[in-house]
Design a protein around this ligand. Structure first.
Ligand SMILES: Nc1ncnc2c1ncn2[C@@H]1O[C@H](COP(=O)(O)OP(=O)(O)O)[C@@H](O)[C@H]1O
Ligand SMILES: [Mg+2]
Length: 272
Protein backbone atom coordinates (compact mmCIF):
# COMPACT_ATOMS: atom_id res chain seq x y z
CA UNK A 1 0.00 0.00 0.00
CA UNK A 2 1.16 3.51 -0.75
CA UNK A 3 1.01 6.43 1.65
CA UNK A 4 -2.24 7.39 -0.05
CA UNK A 5 -3.85 4.25 1.20
CA UNK A 6 -7.63 4.49 1.48
CA UNK A 7 -8.66 4.31 5.13
CA UNK A 8 -12.41 4.51 4.72
CA UNK A 9 -14.44 4.09 1.56
CA UNK A 10 -18.07 4.06 0.59
CA UNK A 11 -18.77 2.20 -2.63
CA UNK A 12 -22.09 2.59 -4.42
CA UNK A 13 -23.89 3.66 -1.25
CA UNK A 14 -27.65 3.88 -1.50
CA UNK A 15 -29.90 4.80 1.38
CA UNK A 16 -33.60 5.59 1.40
CA UNK A 17 -35.33 6.66 4.59
CA UNK A 18 -38.77 5.24 5.12
CA UNK A 19 -41.18 8.03 4.25
CA UNK A 20 -43.83 9.00 6.76
CA UNK A 21 -47.53 9.80 6.35
CA UNK A 22 -49.14 10.47 2.98
CA UNK A 23 -45.91 10.31 1.02
CA UNK A 24 -45.31 6.83 2.36
CA UNK A 25 -48.80 5.62 1.42
CA UNK A 26 -48.26 6.85 -2.12
CA UNK A 27 -44.86 5.19 -2.21
CA UNK A 28 -43.03 8.50 -2.59
CA UNK A 29 -39.50 7.99 -1.39
CA UNK A 30 -36.45 9.78 -2.67
CA UNK A 31 -33.10 8.22 -1.80
CA UNK A 32 -30.99 10.31 0.60
CA UNK A 33 -27.96 8.64 -1.00
CA UNK A 34 -27.90 7.36 -4.55
CA UNK A 35 -24.92 5.28 -5.66
CA UNK A 36 -22.39 7.39 -3.75
CA UNK A 37 -18.73 6.40 -3.94
CA UNK A 38 -16.14 8.22 -1.81
CA UNK A 39 -12.65 7.51 -0.55
CA UNK A 40 -10.94 8.93 2.51
CA UNK A 41 -7.18 8.73 2.04
CA UNK A 42 -4.90 8.38 5.02
CA UNK A 43 -3.91 11.69 6.56
CA UNK A 44 -5.91 13.72 4.06
CA UNK A 45 -8.96 15.93 4.33
CA UNK A 46 -11.91 15.17 2.10
CA UNK A 47 -14.22 18.16 1.84
CA UNK A 48 -17.90 17.48 1.20
CA UNK A 49 -20.10 20.33 0.10
CA UNK A 50 -23.73 20.59 -0.87
CA UNK A 51 -26.83 22.47 0.15
CA UNK A 52 -29.09 21.45 3.01
CA UNK A 53 -30.85 18.18 2.27
CA UNK A 54 -28.29 16.98 -0.28
CA UNK A 55 -27.38 13.95 1.86
CA UNK A 56 -24.18 15.07 3.61
CA UNK A 57 -25.21 14.04 7.13
CA UNK A 58 -26.65 10.77 5.87
CA UNK A 59 -23.32 10.02 4.20
CA UNK A 60 -21.48 10.90 7.43
CA UNK A 61 -23.72 8.69 9.56
CA UNK A 62 -23.48 5.75 7.15
CA UNK A 63 -19.68 5.99 6.90
CA UNK A 64 -19.45 6.23 10.71
CA UNK A 65 -21.48 2.98 10.88
CA UNK A 66 -24.21 4.75 12.84
CA UNK A 67 -26.83 4.16 10.16
CA UNK A 68 -27.43 1.07 8.01
CA UNK A 69 -27.13 1.37 4.23
CA UNK A 70 -29.54 -0.22 1.75
CA UNK A 71 -26.94 -1.03 -0.89
CA UNK A 72 -23.24 -0.71 -1.42
CA UNK A 73 -20.20 -1.34 0.75
CA UNK A 74 -18.36 0.51 3.47
CA UNK A 75 -14.74 -0.53 3.59
CA UNK A 76 -12.54 0.24 6.59
CA UNK A 77 -8.84 -0.34 5.94
CA UNK A 78 -9.96 -2.30 2.89
CA UNK A 79 -12.27 -4.61 4.80
CA UNK A 80 -16.02 -4.76 4.28
CA UNK A 81 -17.80 -3.65 7.45
CA UNK A 82 -20.99 -5.45 6.49
CA UNK A 83 -22.23 -7.79 9.15
CA UNK A 84 -20.17 -6.29 11.98
CA UNK A 85 -22.04 -6.67 15.25
CA UNK A 86 -21.64 -6.13 18.97
CA UNK A 87 -18.09 -5.75 20.15
CA UNK A 88 -16.60 -5.59 16.65
CA UNK A 89 -19.07 -2.95 15.51
CA UNK A 90 -18.35 -0.84 18.62
CA UNK A 91 -14.63 -1.17 18.00
CA UNK A 92 -15.04 0.10 14.43
CA UNK A 93 -17.33 2.92 15.51
CA UNK A 94 -14.68 4.03 18.00
CA UNK A 95 -12.22 4.49 15.15
CA UNK A 96 -14.58 6.71 13.13
CA UNK A 97 -15.61 9.66 15.31
CA UNK A 98 -18.03 12.38 14.30
CA UNK A 99 -18.44 15.97 15.48
CA UNK A 100 -21.83 17.43 14.58
CA UNK A 101 -23.09 20.96 14.17
CA UNK A 102 -24.86 21.40 17.48
CA UNK A 103 -22.62 20.65 20.49
CA UNK A 104 -25.47 21.33 22.93
CA UNK A 105 -27.48 18.49 21.38
CA UNK A 106 -24.43 16.19 21.44
CA UNK A 107 -23.54 16.79 25.10
CA UNK A 108 -25.51 15.64 28.14
CA UNK A 109 -26.34 18.87 30.06
CA UNK A 110 -26.31 17.08 33.42
CA UNK A 111 -22.88 15.53 32.97
CA UNK A 112 -19.62 17.32 33.78
CA UNK A 113 -17.14 17.58 30.96
CA UNK A 114 -14.70 15.39 32.89
CA UNK A 115 -17.28 12.69 33.34
CA UNK A 116 -18.23 12.80 29.62
CA UNK A 117 -14.59 12.35 28.61
CA UNK A 118 -13.90 9.68 31.23
CA UNK A 119 -16.95 7.77 30.02
CA UNK A 120 -15.41 7.45 26.54
CA UNK A 121 -12.16 6.15 28.05
CA UNK A 122 -13.92 3.60 30.23
CA UNK A 123 -16.45 2.42 27.60
CA UNK A 124 -13.60 1.63 25.23
CA UNK A 125 -11.24 0.58 28.00
CA UNK A 126 -8.60 3.11 26.96
CA UNK A 127 -5.82 3.94 29.42
CA UNK A 128 -5.53 2.35 32.86
CA UNK A 129 -8.16 3.68 35.25
CA UNK A 130 -5.68 5.62 37.39
CA UNK A 131 -4.33 7.45 34.33
CA UNK A 132 -7.74 8.63 33.14
CA UNK A 133 -7.92 11.93 35.08
CA UNK A 134 -4.56 12.97 33.61
CA UNK A 135 -5.72 11.90 30.15
CA UNK A 136 -8.86 14.04 30.54
CA UNK A 137 -6.70 17.05 31.42
CA UNK A 138 -4.47 16.30 28.44
CA UNK A 139 -7.45 16.06 26.06
CA UNK A 140 -8.76 19.40 27.32
CA UNK A 141 -5.33 20.94 26.82
CA UNK A 142 -5.15 19.58 23.28
CA UNK A 143 -8.34 21.48 22.37
CA UNK A 144 -7.23 24.64 24.17
CA UNK A 145 -9.36 24.28 27.31
CA UNK A 146 -8.14 24.54 30.93
CA UNK A 147 -8.08 21.40 33.09
CA UNK A 148 -10.64 23.08 35.40
CA UNK A 149 -13.24 22.69 32.60
CA UNK A 150 -13.53 19.03 33.66
CA UNK A 151 -15.57 20.04 36.71
CA UNK A 152 -18.06 22.14 34.79
CA UNK A 153 -21.17 21.39 32.73
CA UNK A 154 -21.89 22.19 29.04
CA UNK A 155 -24.20 25.14 29.81
CA UNK A 156 -21.29 26.98 31.47
CA UNK A 157 -19.43 27.29 28.18
CA UNK A 158 -19.77 29.30 24.98
CA UNK A 159 -20.70 27.62 21.68
CA UNK A 160 -17.08 27.56 20.54
CA UNK A 161 -15.90 26.06 23.83
CA UNK A 162 -18.63 23.44 23.69
CA UNK A 163 -17.51 22.47 20.21
CA UNK A 164 -13.93 22.14 21.53
CA UNK A 165 -15.31 19.81 24.22
CA UNK A 166 -17.05 17.72 21.53
CA UNK A 167 -13.76 17.54 19.64
CA UNK A 168 -11.96 16.45 22.85
CA UNK A 169 -14.58 13.77 23.36
CA UNK A 170 -14.10 12.52 19.80
CA UNK A 171 -10.31 12.46 20.31
CA UNK A 172 -10.73 10.57 23.59
CA UNK A 173 -11.76 7.56 21.48
CA UNK A 174 -8.40 7.73 19.64
CA UNK A 175 -10.02 7.69 16.20
CA UNK A 176 -8.36 7.07 12.87
CA UNK A 177 -11.04 9.04 11.04
CA UNK A 178 -12.68 12.26 12.19
CA UNK A 179 -15.85 13.41 10.47
CA UNK A 180 -16.72 17.05 11.07
CA UNK A 181 -20.32 17.56 9.97
CA UNK A 182 -20.94 21.31 9.77
CA UNK A 183 -18.87 21.42 12.97
CA UNK A 184 -18.23 25.17 12.72
CA UNK A 185 -21.35 26.26 10.84
CA UNK A 186 -23.35 27.37 13.88
CA UNK A 187 -20.51 29.43 15.39
CA UNK A 188 -19.79 33.14 15.04
CA UNK A 189 -17.52 33.83 12.10
CA UNK A 190 -14.48 34.76 14.26
CA UNK A 191 -14.94 31.63 16.38
CA UNK A 192 -15.40 29.50 13.25
CA UNK A 193 -11.86 30.44 12.21
CA UNK A 194 -10.42 29.40 15.58
CA UNK A 195 -12.19 26.03 15.67
CA UNK A 196 -11.30 25.44 12.03
CA UNK A 197 -7.64 26.09 12.76
CA UNK A 198 -7.83 23.77 15.76
CA UNK A 199 -9.24 20.99 13.57
CA UNK A 200 -6.47 21.52 11.02
CA UNK A 201 -3.77 21.49 13.70
CA UNK A 202 -5.16 18.26 15.20
CA UNK A 203 -5.41 16.69 11.78
CA UNK A 204 -1.71 17.41 11.19
CA UNK A 205 -0.45 16.60 14.69
CA UNK A 206 -2.44 13.39 15.11
CA UNK A 207 -2.27 12.35 11.42
CA UNK A 208 -6.04 12.07 11.32
CA UNK A 209 -7.95 11.23 8.22
CA UNK A 210 -10.75 13.78 8.02
CA UNK A 211 -14.06 14.20 6.26
CA UNK A 212 -15.00 17.85 6.49
CA UNK A 213 -18.62 18.59 5.63
CA UNK A 214 -19.85 22.09 5.01
CA UNK A 215 -22.30 23.98 2.87
CA UNK A 216 -19.59 26.67 2.64
CA UNK A 217 -17.33 26.08 -0.32
CA UNK A 218 -14.71 28.63 0.70
CA UNK A 219 -14.17 26.96 4.08
CA UNK A 220 -13.85 23.57 2.39
CA UNK A 221 -11.41 24.93 -0.16
CA UNK A 222 -9.29 26.21 2.74
CA UNK A 223 -9.14 22.92 4.68
CA UNK A 224 -9.50 20.11 2.15
CA UNK A 225 -7.12 18.18 -0.07
CA UNK A 226 -9.92 16.87 -2.21
CA UNK A 227 -13.53 18.04 -2.64
CA UNK A 228 -16.74 16.29 -3.57
CA UNK A 229 -19.95 18.13 -4.34
CA UNK A 230 -23.26 16.53 -3.36
CA UNK A 231 -26.58 17.31 -4.91
CA UNK A 232 -29.84 15.46 -4.22
CA UNK A 233 -28.13 12.40 -2.77
CA UNK A 234 -25.50 12.10 -5.47
CA UNK A 235 -21.92 13.18 -5.90
CA UNK A 236 -22.05 15.43 -8.93
CA UNK A 237 -18.43 16.55 -9.00
CA UNK A 238 -14.93 15.75 -7.67
CA UNK A 239 -12.12 18.29 -7.52
CA UNK A 240 -8.60 18.63 -6.25
CA UNK A 241 -8.71 21.41 -3.66
CA UNK A 242 -5.42 22.89 -4.85
CA UNK A 243 -7.10 23.71 -8.15
CA UNK A 244 -9.55 25.78 -6.11
CA UNK A 245 -13.26 26.22 -6.36
CA UNK A 246 -12.75 28.01 -9.64
CA UNK A 247 -12.01 24.61 -11.19
CA UNK A 248 -15.50 23.33 -10.40
CA UNK A 249 -17.51 23.09 -13.57
CA UNK A 250 -20.89 21.70 -12.54
CA UNK A 251 -23.47 24.52 -12.65
CA UNK A 252 -24.66 23.53 -9.18
CA UNK A 253 -21.10 23.81 -7.78
CA UNK A 254 -20.70 27.24 -9.35
CA UNK A 255 -23.96 28.40 -7.82
CA UNK A 256 -22.74 27.22 -4.39
CA UNK A 257 -19.43 29.00 -4.87
CA UNK A 258 -21.14 32.25 -5.78
CA UNK A 259 -23.34 32.07 -2.67
CA UNK A 260 -20.62 31.24 -0.11
CA UNK A 261 -19.35 33.74 2.48
CA UNK A 262 -15.61 34.08 3.08
CA UNK A 263 -14.72 32.78 6.53
CA UNK A 264 -11.73 30.89 5.15
CA UNK A 265 -9.81 34.11 4.59
CA UNK A 266 -10.04 35.00 8.29
CA UNK A 267 -8.98 31.46 9.24
CA UNK A 268 -5.99 31.58 6.92
CA UNK A 269 -4.52 34.64 8.65
CA UNK A 270 -4.51 33.16 12.10
CA UNK A 271 -1.87 30.48 12.57
CA UNK A 272 -2.70 27.95 15.29
N1 LIG B 1 -34.03 10.39 9.89
C1 LIG B 1 -34.56 10.73 8.71
N2 LIG B 1 -35.79 10.28 8.33
C2 LIG B 1 -36.32 10.60 7.13
N3 LIG B 1 -35.70 11.38 6.22
C3 LIG B 1 -34.49 11.87 6.53
C4 LIG B 1 -33.85 11.58 7.80
N4 LIG B 1 -32.65 12.20 7.82
C5 LIG B 1 -32.54 12.85 6.64
N5 LIG B 1 -33.63 12.65 5.88
C6 LIG B 1 -33.83 13.17 4.50
O1 LIG B 1 -32.74 12.74 3.73
C7 LIG B 1 -32.29 13.78 2.85
C8 LIG B 1 -30.83 14.10 3.14
O2 LIG B 1 -30.73 14.67 4.46
P1 LIG B 1 -29.33 14.97 5.14
O3 LIG B 1 -28.45 13.80 4.97
O4 LIG B 1 -29.61 15.43 6.51
O5 LIG B 1 -28.79 16.19 4.25
P2 LIG B 1 -27.76 17.34 4.59
O6 LIG B 1 -26.93 16.91 5.75
O7 LIG B 1 -26.97 17.54 3.34
O8 LIG B 1 -28.57 18.56 4.92
C9 LIG B 1 -33.23 14.95 3.08
O9 LIG B 1 -34.25 14.86 2.09
C10 LIG B 1 -33.79 14.68 4.45
O10 LIG B 1 -35.08 15.24 4.59
MG1 LIG C 1 -26.52 17.87 7.54
Amino acid sequence: MTQHEVVLAGVGLTKTYRARGAASRRGLTRPALKDVTVELRRGQVLGVIGESGSGKTTLARCLALLEPIDQGQILFEGEDTKGLKGKELRAHRRLIQTVFQDPMASLDPSQTVGSALTEVLSVHNLRPREERPARVAELLDVVGMPASAAHRRPAEFSGGQRQRICIARALAAEPVVLIADEAVSALDVSIQAQVLNLLLKLQRDLHLTVMFISHDLHVVEHVADHIVVMYAGEIVEHADAKDGIASLTHPYSQALAAAAPTVAKAAGKEEP
